[in-house]
Design a binder for this molecule. Structure first.
Ligand code: AMP
Length: 111
């Protein structure tokens, strides 16, 4: 998607502070952190939101979620972390490219 900011990060057209990368997944620090540690895990291939996923996305969704604890550990979040997937307008999704927020490093508000 040519006008998608996260696709531009994947393409290297916009810089990011990378946390992890493989063939299908990229993780990078959030530019406006809401916690001492706050990074995003995204599929490299454009997926607009959780709302647009179907059974064909099972593998990538599993990989995004399984990376969360691994990367959280590597980022020093030994006491736990929060994962958030904002979906759609009411869900507060600002960037329409699926992403998992991983937040930690302090006691976070319970939801
Ligand atoms: P959401 O509201 O779930 O769509 O969250 C989008 C997140 O992307 C926000 O936390 C933003 O701070 C973050 N964000 C937007 N642009 C960038 C960028 N260029 N690099 C890193 N994070 C970004």
């Amino acid at each position: 998607m040519s006008d998608c900011i996260f696709c531009k990060i994947v393409a290297g057209e916009i810089p990011s502070r990378k946390v992890y990368e493989d063939e299908d997944v990229l993780a990078f620090h959030d530019v406006n952190p809401a916690a001492p540690v706050h990074f995003l895990i995204i599929p490299k291939r454009h997926v607009a939101s959780l709302e647009t996923c179907d059974s064909g996305h099972r593998d990538i969704l599993g990989r995004l979620l399984l990376l969360a604890p691994k990367l959280a550990r590597e980022q020093g979040l030994a006491n736990g972390f929060k994962t958030v997937i904002n979906t759609g307008v009411d869900g507060g999704q600002l960037v329409m490219h699926l992403h998992v927020h991983v937040l930690g490093g302090s006691k976070l508000q319970h939801v």
